[in-house]
Design a protein around this ligand. Structure first.
Ligand code: ADE
Length: 293
């Protein structure tokens, strides 16, 4: 069942939907019920081009190939028999991470570490401990993607959705590529480039590797610890090329500890081989959690 529009791009659209009486539901709880679940349905608008369709087909391929993980938006099914193509994925009730953090700016608690008690309420107070947990969960999702040889290429807070139990879920695989697919040097088909999240080698040489995702993850950390701030505030896109080449790095966001800022700076090492792996990042975040307790 198709419902309201919950996301929109130039030619793509995401609708809320309900899955009823489906085999997927039967598998979920191992018994036959008439329950329904909310889902998100990605499809194309009228007037979309062949390239838009190719991007959606690419996303479908990646979703099918990577399998399931708690910290990604999981694939549920698709309808390829007739036009338009429908790609059905998990629905995340709390929207994207950037808006989620911005909405809670006034409710941020400065108390050192308070893990949340699984309270899924929309206006729950956020803590520093929550920010560390968000960072850790996203790194876990990224480690899983990297283990599946998948490069995301557009990792940013706008592409993290917040699911039930305030679980971080990486989404938008439309631009992602499998490492073995040597078109990962290719320009995005709509020409759109997430300049402020791109590593120097991606900016200057169009070279995407798991380590360029690590750079973007560093920018995403900056977004988390500024509670949804816009990276390089007040800096124009044209100036980013110059600044990144000169070795300029963003300052510590207001809610980051020195240790977490250290992780950001490591992610922004000029030499990709010197950047940490997602496994290293997870270990660093866990150490930080223990120290703050
Ligand atoms: N917006 C885009 N994709 C979504 C999803 N899977 N759940 C909720 N909102 C979305």
């Amino acid at each position: 069942m198709l419902g309201e529009v919950i996301g929109e791009g130039a030619f793509g659209v995401v609708l809320k939907g309900q899955l009823v009486n489906d085999q997927y539901l039967t598998n979920l709880d191992n018994k036959s019920t008439n329950q329904s679940i909310n889902v998100a349905i990605k499809t194309l608008k009228d007037g979309s081009s062949e390239k838009d369709l190719l991007d959606l087909v690419q996303e479908l391929k990646v979703l099918k190939m990577i399998g399931r993980h708690e910290n990604i938006i999981n694939f549920i099914g698709c309808c390829t028999e007739r036009s338009p193509l429908l790609v059905v994925v998990e629905y995340a009730p709390h929207g994207n991470l950037k808006d989620f953090l911005r909405k809670r700016r006034k409710k941020f608690s400065k108390k050192p570490l308070q893990p949340h008690g699984g309270d899924d309420g929309d206006d729950r107070e956020l803590t520093y401990g929550d920010l560390l947990t968000f960072a850790e969960q996203i790194a876990e999702g990224m480690q899983y993607l990297a283990s599946k040889m998948c490069i995301h290429r557009d990792l940013a807070a706008r592409n993290i959705l917040v699911g039930h139990g305030i679980t971080m879920k990486i989404c938008d695989f439309g631009l992602s590529r499998n490492i073995h697919n040597n078109d990962y040097y290719k320009k995005f088909s709509d020409g759109r480039l997430p300049i402020k999240w791109m590593s120097p080698e991606a900016l200057f040489d169009r070279k995407y590797t798991p380590k360029s995702d690590v750079w973007s993850y560093g920018v995403l950390l900056w977004e988390i610890f500024s509670l949804g701030g816009t990276p390089y505030p007040g800096v124009s896109i044209e100036k980013i090329f110059y600044l990144v080449k000169q070795g300029y790095r963003m300052e510590r966001p207001v809610h980051a500890s020195m240790d977490m800022y250290g992780v950001m700076l490591d992610c922004w090492m000029d030499d990709p081989t010197l950047r940490p792996s997602f496994k290293d990042i997870i270990n660093q975040i866990r150490k930080n959690k223990i120290q703050k307790q």
